[in-house]
Design a protein around this ligand. Structure first.
Ligand SMILES: Cc1cc2nc3c(=O)[nH]c(=O)nc-3n(C[C@H](O)[C@H](O)[C@H](O)COP(=O)(O)O)c2cc1C
Length: 281
């Protein structure tokens, strides 16, 4: 059993790194082989949007350190990903990495490997969307989450005072190393992603924006629970992911090629009209 821990923080031995290392400590106590990586030690460029990975069915063509992370993910049986919360979102490197794994998402290459998502904020009330971002990293890759939570600490190292989160991280590592793939965290509003991103749509129906799930509020013992409609499928199901790529993204290539010359003519005319002779040409 090999457990990989990844920190997306620029702070070496900062709060994210400390919590992820707690996960690895727990995993090692269970006899797992562990590996720790700082995303910021690697150059991971932004996805160019060329879609070669899908149209040519090959790993990303950008030559940087992405291959190192990809190989580590391939070797791992379980992955803990941590990120600081910056301006209500996860660190940019998380998004960069997620986009570069488009092909792996299409093929559900990591399907079934366990995941743990941890974000760290300076204070309660400023959590924003960072944890759902990490959750969608795992769910888009078909990786079931064993736990997901937010730790709190402002200055580097202050996470040691969030004893509950440190203990929970150790426990999450033990669970992954023990082969657990079921969710053992606190149930969130949505029973699929366990996040609290259920909004009400124009038709009055509650809807999980992360999972693309319509549902209903069901009253139970004085509290309301979000229950997905029967037949409503989360976007993360293997079948749904496959369908999205096969029937929406891949056919868009042929459509685009058929319009390419027409688009070029439109663009030429637009650039002339928009004064396109600036330095960004
Ligand atoms: C630019 C910046 C933006 C931040 N934005 C938030 C925020 O929106 N919400 C929050 O709870 N904490 C925020 N913080 C605090 C960090 O999340 C906190 O210090 C965390 O412990 C950093 O983790 P690290 O030591 O692993 O980098 C911000 C910190 C910085 C530097």
């Amino acid at each position: 059993m090999k457990i990989l821990g990844i920190s997306a923080s620029c702070r070496k031995w900062g709060n994210t790194e400390i919590l992820i290392r707690h996960v690895l400590q727990g995993a090692a106590e269970q006899g797992a082989e562990v590996q720790f990586l700082r995303l910021t030690d690697f150059t991971i460029s932004q996805c160019k949007g060329c879609l070669t990975c899908l149209f040519k069915d090959r790993d990303c063509i950008i030559r940087d350190d992405f291959a190192v992370i990809l190989e580590a993910l391939r070797q791992a049986d379980g992955v803990a990903l941590g990120s600081p919360i910056h301006n209500l979102f996860a660190a940019g490197s998380v998004q960069m990495l997620t986009a570069r794994l488009f092909r792996q998402a299409y093929h559900s290459e990591f399907s079934g490997k366990a995941g743990v998502a941890i974000t760290i904020g300076g204070m309660p009330g400023w959590e924003g969307w960072a944890l759902p971002q990490l959750v969608s990293f795992f769910l888009s890759l078909g990786m079931p989450l064993v736990d997901q939570f937010i730790g709190y600490g402002q200055g580097p190292g202050e996470i040691f005072y969030d004893i509950q989160s440190c203990n929970r991280a150790i426990e999450a590592g033990k669970l992954m190393a023990g082969g657990e793939t079921n969710f053992r965290g606190c149930p969130g509003t949505c029973p699929v992603c366990h996040c609290d991103l259920v909004f009400t749509r124009g038709d009055g129906r509650p809807y999980c924006t992360l999972c693309d799930l319509s549902g209903a509020w069901v009253e139970e013992g004085g509290t309301k629970r979000f229950v997905p409609l029967s037949g409503s499928r989360p976007r993360w199901q293997t079948m749904q992911i496959r369908d999205h790529f096969d029937n929406l993204i891949l056919p868009s290539g042929k459509r685009f090629l058929g319009r390419k010359e027409e688009i070029q003519a439109k663009l030429d005319a637009f650039r002339k009209g928009a004064g396109g002779s600036d330095s960004q040409d």
